[in-house]
Design a protein around this ligand. Structure first.
Ligand code: UDP
Length: 462
């Protein structure tokens, strides 16, 4: 540990929970290995630094005049592609300046870890100040194979004919179907193409890619990618299961209520439903979900984030008497400590949008899934969950009526017969094994630490 004193990593997460959470977990893994960590974070969605006392936080503002988060009015109603473009436009120049300031002072800066989506500009910024850059890919390897194939998909005309051939196979990338291609509904598909290809190129030009996955889950996809990338890969996931130095999240009243409620349910009886931090749904779909969950007859814990339902604040569109009709059987909350919920013995099935973190978190607790993907990599993840790993069932967005929801929830709760839960528990075991002595993720982490300690940071030894 001593030999690493004074060695510092700079990290640059994308400011969304699905990207920040794995970055902070990775920060903690490095900290546990003796590195100090500085997080450069956008003023947009700036986290509470008091929750992460081991790390130094610096704010990157977008106009060089202090802390000035992008205002709600600037970003509300924006599609994700426009928001990503705005974030890149507003913050990358300030990032460059902040990185230079960090490298100029104090401890030796060993390297930069930037989220792959920030793209190639972060490579230029790192080169300018003479540090190496690794990228963190917060999604899985299978979906990255699809992102890396965007130029091919465009040449073959997939994007221009998407809607008319949704159920056709993507012959270049089985088992994907056209409807699984990781696109986002946007008015600016060219911008999406730029963001994706920049992400892929930025991984190729890095000094290595860190993945929140493990070999037994995505061996073939990692091998396919690494044969084209020519940079070292470090699949060291699942991040949240490593020994780390993150203090436990302080519990609030709502967390305690959730735990009490779960404690009062039968083992494996609860449907946990959550669609992540970014997806939104129409009010009509929201009402179908509400009735479908209630009519399934199973206890359910449902995260309805403020902002989930388009055009409403929270639950006000539920019909009069709905909450009374579910009584103690259903619990609706604004946010939950998902890691704790999935680890609770009462949870039987996770109805998810298949964000990569949610996917890995569910697999690591041996909880089978109902998959309703919304956009981007979620679609690829859902196909793999259902057809490759066979630890979940798909409930498509186009099928979201209460009768269908009730049917799928009931059949998902009877998974014992079809081997789904056993397969899921097998993956949980593989994940645990990968982090044990001589497990693949532990070995890759050792390699990663050796790799970063060998950096000659463009001249000076780190
Ligand atoms: N999450 C949580 N509580 C919630 C909903 C989500 O703690 O009520 C966490 C979840 O554990 C995961 C992250 O937020 O780590 C969501 O990331 P994911 O990749 O699943 O989806 P995204 O939000 O990026 O679409």
């Amino acid at each position: 540990m001593d030999e690493r004193k004074g060695r510092r990593i700079i990290m640059f997460p994308l400011p969304f929970p699905g990207h920040f959470n794995p970055m902070i977990q990775l920060a903690s893994i490095f900290h546990h290995r003796g590195f100090s960590v500085t997080i450069l974070h956008t003023s947009y969605n700036f986290p509470d630094p008091s929750r992460y006392p081991h790390f130094t936080f610096r704010t990157i503002s977008h106009n060089n005049e202090g802390e000035d988060p992008l205002s709600r009015s600037e970003t509300s109603g924006m599609d994700l592609v426009s928001l990503l473009r705005l974030l890149k436009q507003k913050y990358l120049e300030s990032f460059r300046e902040s990185l230079a300031a960090e490298v100029g002072g104090g401890d030796t800066v060993c390297f930069l870890v930037s989220d792959a989506i920030w793209g190639s500009n972060t490579e230029d910024a790192a080169k300018e100040v003479g540090v190496r850059r690794l990228v963190l890919r917060t999604g899985g390897a299978a979906s990255f194979c699809a992102f890396a194939a965007f130029p091919l998909f465009r040449d073959k005309g997939y994007f221009s004919t998407l809607d008319s051939r949704l159920d056709d196979p993507v012959i270049e990338l089985p088992p994907l179907k056209v409807k699984d291609l990781p696109v986002i509904e946007t008015n600016d598909p060219d911008e999406l193409y730029q963001i994706v290809t920049d992400m892929v190129e930025s991984a190729k030009s890095s000094s290595g890619v860190i993945w929140n996955t493990f070999e037994d889950l995505e061996r073939d996809q990692l091998m396919d990618l690494s044969s084209n990338f020519h940079v070292p890969f470090f699949p060291i996931g699942p991040f949240h299961k490593h020994s780390n130095d993150l203090p436990p999240k302080p519990k609030n009243k709502e967390d305690n209520e959730i735990t009490d409620w779960l404690d009062n349910q039968e083992p494996k009886s609860v449907v946990y439903a959550s669609f992540g931090s970014l997806a939104d749904i129409e009010e009509k779909v929201f009402l179908e979900i509400a009735c479908g969950l209630r009519n399934s007859g199973h206890p359910f814990l449902w995260v309805v984030r403020p902002g989930l339902v388009r055009g409403t604040e929270w639950l006000e569109s539920l019909p009069c008497g709905f909450m009374e009709s579910i009584g103690y059987k259903g619990k609706i909350v604004k946010w939950a400590n998902q890691l704790e919920v999935l680890a609770h013995p009462a949870v039987g099935v996770f109805w998810t949008h298949c964000g990569w973190n949610s996917t890995v978190e569910s697999i690591c607790e041996g909880v089978p899934m109902i998959c309703t993907p919304y956009f981007t990599d979620q679609r690829v993840n859902a196909r793999y969950i259902a057809d490759v790993w066979r630890v979940g069932k798909v409930l498509e967005r186009s099928m979201m009526d209460k009768g269908e929801i009730e049917k799928v929830v009931r059949s998902a709760m009877m998974v014992e017969g079809d081997g789904m839960r056993d397969r899921c528990l097998d993956f949980k075991e593989m994940a645990d094994k990968s982090l044990g002595e001589n497990g693949s993720s532990s070995n890759y982490l050792d390699k990663l630490v050796r790799h970063v300690l060998s950096f000659d940071s463009y001249g000076s030894t780190c």
